[in-house]
Design a binder for this molecule. Structure first.
Ligand code: MN
Length: 371
């Protein structure tokens, strides 16, 4: 689930992203320190929200866009907002900039998908676009030009790495999920939570907090979850679908990857590196997609003897997508940047055209203890 942060201008990945890493969303705490510029503006206040409410009230059509290779927070937030705005009588479309658009199997249960339209059905110059969980223009993918051509572009996001694009940023890096900001939007719109909206928002907040485990999870996060559960949604079924369901082929790929894992206790001055890789042939042999193995890094990073974990996943063309994690003593975003990627201090990724050994060597050489 988690992913590396929708990183910087680099093609830094998000676990679900083509760039390689997961959209951190899926995962990692966006509130953690990031390398490079951080979103500096204060959290949106009454004035910022009021301006957006006025834009929505005056719009005949509203396009809602989440980031490419959407994770639970991105798609859940966009669909929840879509359902809410539709209930108010607005004509709404939900889209994301991939072609073809693939909704991950684990998110196929999300309500509101009848609102989804392909990129081609989004107008060239939309009246009003709201983006969800999009930290940078690059994460709009094929919808980048259209979104930037909108008369107003509202950016609802929680990434500390948000670049500040759009005409009306509603960015709060303290929020554990974009879904929390959508809840605020709904409250201000006067739309009550129903089970469909709650299922979407629960998926968003549960995904981005790693099942309420990450540091950004607060008492308010649990109070939000309690309001969502009070609608009667089956959080047990949602959780099983999100995290505890995979194909048998995945188990086979996982077991091969774990058998291939190596521990280098001497890396980074003795802090340790654990790593493995997945050849494309393994995926092909078992009918497993690269998206399905995003969670592999979460197994590998359990290793107590290693500060840093790295998983290399091979694409059909031989390119390697790297996903890395650290526990606080090493900045993996910096190491990934050395390979042309980026992300968060604790979660970052890259794409490499080099071979496995050369990629590993470069990554290891770029590792440094945090300042
Ligand atoms: Mn998110």
């Amino acid at each position: 689930m988690a992913g590396e942060p929708a990183g910087a201008a680099t093609g830094a990945p998000s676990a679900s992203t083509a760039g390689g890493a997961p959209a951190v969303p899926g995962g990692e705490p966006p509130g953690t320190a990031l390398p490079g510029p951080r979103f500096a503006a204060p959290a949106p206040g009454d004035r910022e929200w009021a301006e957006v409410l006025a834009l929505i009230a005056g719009a005949r059509e509203i396009d809602l866009v989440c980031h490419v290779c959407p994770d639970g927070d991105a798609l859940g937030s966009a669909l929840a907002a879509g359902l809410a705005l539709r209930s108010l009588g607005h004509r709404v479309r939900v889209s994301f900039g991939d072609d073809p658009q693939v909704v991950p199997a684990s998110l196929a249960f999300l309500p509101g998908q009848e609102l989804l339209v392909p990129v081609a059905e989004v107008p060239d110059r939309p009246e009003l676009v709201l983006t969800f969980d999009v930290a940078a223009e690059s994460r709009l993918g094929l919808l980048r030009e259209k979104a930037l051509a909108a008369r107003a572009l509202v950016v609802v996001d929680h990434h500390a790495s948000n670049t500040g694009f759009g005409t009306h940023p509603l960015v709060d890096p303290a929020a554990p999920a974009t879904a929390v900001l959508v809840d605020e939007l709904l409250r201000r719109l006067g739309v009550p939570l129903d089970q469909s909206i709650a299922a979407c928002l629960y998926t968003g907040v549960a995904t981005d907090t790693g099942s309420f485990k990450y540091r950004a999870t607060t008492a308010a996060t649990h109070e939000f979850a309690a309001r969502l559960l009070a609608t009667g949604i089956r959080q047990d079924l949602i959780s099983r679908t999100l995290w505890d369901t995979s194909s048998f082929g995945y188990l086979k790929v996982l077991s091969a990857a774990l058998a291939r894992a190596e521990l280098d206790r001497t890396a980074v001055g003795g802090l340790g590196l654990v790593w493995t890789w997945v050849p494309y042939a393994d995926l092909a042999a078992h009918g497993v997609t690269v998206e399905e193995i995003e969670g592999l890094i979460d197994v590998v990073r359990r290793t107590a003897e290693a500060e840093v974990a790295l998983v290399l996943k091979q694409d059909p063309d031989g390119a390697l997508r790297g996903s890395s994690r650290a526990k606080g003593a090493v900045d993996v975003a910096a190491a990934c940047a050395a390979l042309g990627g980026g992300g968060h201090v604790y979660a970052a990724g890259f794409t490499s055209a080099l071979g496995v050994q050369e990629t590993l060597d470069r990554f290891r050489r770029a590792l440094r203890p945090s300042a």
